[in-house]
Design a protein around this ligand. Sequence first.
Ligand code: TYM
Length: 328
Amino acid sequence: MKKILYSATKPTGDLTIGNYLGAIKNWIKLQDEYDCYFCIANLHAHTVDLSADFVKTKTMKQFAMFLACGLDPEKSIIYVQSQVKEHSELCWLLNCNTMMGEANRMTQYKDHVAKGEKGLTTALFTYPVLMAADILLFNTNIVPVGEDQVQHVELTRDIANRFNNRFGATFVVPKAVVPKVGARIKGLLNPQAKMGKSGDDVNNMILLEDSDEVIVKKVKRAVTDSLNQIKFDEENQPGVSNLLTIISACEGKEIEDVVKELEGLGYGALKNRTAEAIISVLKPIREKYEYYLSHEDELMEIMKKGAKKAEVVAKETLERAKQNMGLL
Ligand code: TYM
């Protein structure tokens, strides 16, 4: 029997090259090897202050982008979180098995607090518990994610182990898997920090739906340095190193080999090569994306079928958890 893979994105913005190189690219390769579940985590999107229309639109767009990238509904279960109500119910059961201290240590939550954001919700605090529910509902073995999500998967493991110890074997304990190159793509304008999809300046990110012209323009504006040497040195040359990482991840080459190929050239050449590498990955995706966006009925049908299939397994796991907890 194949092992089980689970992963998701949250529709708080449009998907970026960071999401693709850190996660989605890996998922596509693993579809034949694993039984896969891919989810648009729209309940997670509402942990921050977004409008109903915004979340709905981004959900549809991300779903279309999943298909355009090559996630295949014939092989994998692709669905939207809010259409499988077991997520919310299991989340409560897991909340009863999560310590305040554990949730308090999550860096994603701490980042929101550190920025002094107003109006933080309790849902933002328990965000990783809902994520644990997503993963544990499907008896997941591996969770391929970018580096920023590893801490959440570690918490999922702790919650699963605690639950299993308290109430008997209920959940499979999952493992995070990160790619060798691309696990943390940085912003183009701020190469010190992760390229995010929510709230940032659009010029800091490459969206998967960006046109060739926009890609070239954004890459041209990317921050480099004044050292004028193409070298992979994340500490002293974060901007240049980020572009080298993007080329390497897009072309499936070792970073050292890309550096050798570009030896002696200037930053203009580095940027041209970066834009070319990105365009060659995104162009075919964009064409399929446009098809799905303009065939909404087909999209909704695939979504509905995915949710139906996911629900079967989710129901079984939730029932087992409730019984083991003595819930009549
Ligand atoms: P999200 O939507 O922020 O990101 C989706 C995936 O993309 C990865 N990623 C990156 N990888 C490399 N470089 C970057 N700059 C970059 N930005 C994002 C993320 O690590 C992630 O793998 N909480 C999750 C969604 C989620 C989930 C789950 C994931 C909900 N339930 C269950 C796995 C399993 C999130 O916000 O991802």
